[in-house]
Design a protein around this ligand. Structure first.
Ligand code: GDP
Length: 449
């Protein structure tokens, strides 16, 4: 999960606080010190960390707190709220939302290498799954190969695209593309613009020209999240030059400076709407502060997930299963069992959205029926595996060409589908293992973590 290390350090600090027999000023201070250190290691600005600690101490006044109050819960709640405050950009004006049935024009800006083109495609793919009809326009005439890259990505996302090898004026191409797709009845037209290595006058001038030509409903600034605190100056510079309505932070996959980037962007009062968590098209998450902090601390979602799986997995089997996953022993058999459980659990997208990284993949919102039949097809393929294959955890072994052929033949499914299953297995095994890595699995499953 994104920023897993930061989350586990904060959780550990809270856990140590809870373990103390008596929670007094000294225990609270030690806990806040740990949390502060964890945030600073994630590159959160010192002032923000000091502010956060001060706010928590103000809210948790040990002397005034009546005896009998659950101090542990009060402190946890204060930490949770203050972390949300740190990452919440506030609501300066209403947050933009796309309108169904109207042509929404969204323009992407950012420095070269920030992940802008990749993010345009992820954004298109995300909304395609939500029922929009996206299209991509390449107005990047600065970088050779930009059009080819967008074309390739657009094909992956199954979206139409527009660009030119010969027209050199970005505003002209952008306008042509937007007009064409509006005529075609596309309701989400995404314009990818040129980047530069540095913020410079030519870049801003070009952005202004494209913006004037296409009159976007929203301008999204894409920024590399691995730059940490420096995100503040960059986001501010772009915001001052063009009307940036939202920010997408990329490359937050496991990057230590992610906390710094997220809090720095929020400090500019620009809402982060999505985060990029990998190079793959669906390694993209909607950013919603409370949900993000819950997952960061491994709290709410974990509990609801456990409650859900408790309904379908026999109680004595639960710790064993999770412990195996936490140890990285995520076999095909475990995946098969999980598919079976998922089918029993009902509204699948809801259940799966509790597990980071799971929801966007084969369980898009509003497509429960499709997801169910996909899972059933995958299970048919798994039914033709031998016991040894089901217990295999080495993807290379499973992907041998002869084996793919045999599984396709045995299950009566296409070879591409077998490959699809293996791809899902590879991805989910990564997601599950990192979500549960190092986690202490409670023996009774309902107990505190
Ligand atoms: P652009 O120049 O801003 O259009 O950047 P690109 O879209 O070409 O991306 C630059 C590099 O960053 C490519 O290698 C992408 O695969 C990679 N990239 C983009 N987003 C992410 C992300 O969220 N995580 C990781 N790890 N890499 C990313």
């Amino acid at each position: 999960m994104v920023l897993a290390e930061l989350g586990s350090k904060i959780s550990r600090a809270l856990q140590q606080m809870s373990n103390a027999t008596l929670i007094d000023e000294a225990v609270l201070n030690a806990c806040l010190k740990e949390i502060g250190n964890a945030l600073m290691q994630a590159d959160v600005k010192v002032d923000l960390v000091i502010g956060l600690r001060g706010n928590i101490k103000k809210r948790v006044n040990m002397e005034e707190m009546a005896a009998g109050l659950n101090k542990r819960k009060i402190i946890e709640k204060a930490v949770f709220d203050e972390l949300c405050g740190l990452l919440d950009a506030g609501t300066e004006g209403a947050k933009f939302s796309l309108k169904k049935g109207k042509p929404n024009v969204v323009m992407f800006v950012g420095l070269q290498g920030s992940g802008k083109t990749t993010t345009c495609t992820k954004y298109a793919y995300h909304y395609k799954k939500e029922g929009y009809k996206p299209a991509l326009v390449c107005a990047d005439t600065f970088r050779a190969g930009a059009f080819d890259q967008l074309k390739q990505n657009a094909t992956k996302a199954g979206c139409p695209f527009y660009g030119s090898y010969t027209v050199t004026d970005p505003a002209t191409i952008a306008k042509q593309g937007v007009d064409r797709f509006k005529e075609d009845g596309r309701d989400l037209v995404i314009v990818d613009t040129s980047g530069r290595h540095k913020q410079e006058a030519a870049l801003f001038e070009e952005m202004r020209e494209v913006s004037e030509a296409v009159r976007p409903d929203l301008i999204i600034f894409v920024m590399d999240g691995s730059i940490g605190q420096a995100a503040y100056d960059q986001a501010k510079a772009f915001k001052d030059m063009v009307e940036v309505g939202a920010v997408i932070l990329t490359k937050l996959d496991g990057h230590a400076k992610g906390g710094g980037a997220l809090s720095a962007v929020s400090a500019t009062k620009s809402p982060v709407i999505f985060i990029g968590t990998g190079e793959h098209i669906d390694e993209f998450e909607e950013f919603e502060t409370k949900r993000f902090v819950s997952r960061l601390l491994g709290k709410g979602d974990w509990e609801s997930f456990i409650n859900k799986i408790s309904d379908v997995i026999p109680e004595d089997k639960q710790p064993e299963l999770l412990e195996n996953i936490a140890k990285g022993q995520f076999s095909m058999r475990i995946l098969y069992d999980q598919f079976q459980n998922i089918l029993k659990m009902g509204p699948m997208s809801q259940v799966m959205s509790m597990i980071p990284g799971f929801s966007n993949a084969i369980f898009p919102k509003g497509h429960d029926k499709d997801s169910q039949s996909k899972i059933k097809r995958y299970m048919t393929i798994m039914d033709s595996m031998t016991a040894k294959e089901l217990d295999e955890t080495n993807i290379k072994e499973l992907s041998k060409p002869a084996r793919l052929e045999r599984l396709a033949r045995g299950s009566g499914r296409h070879k591409l589908e077998v490959e699809g299953l293996l791809e899902e297995y590879r991805r989910l095994s990564k997601v599950f293992s990192s979500a549960l890595k190092g986690m202490k699995i409670p023996k009774n499953m309902k107990g505190d973590m």
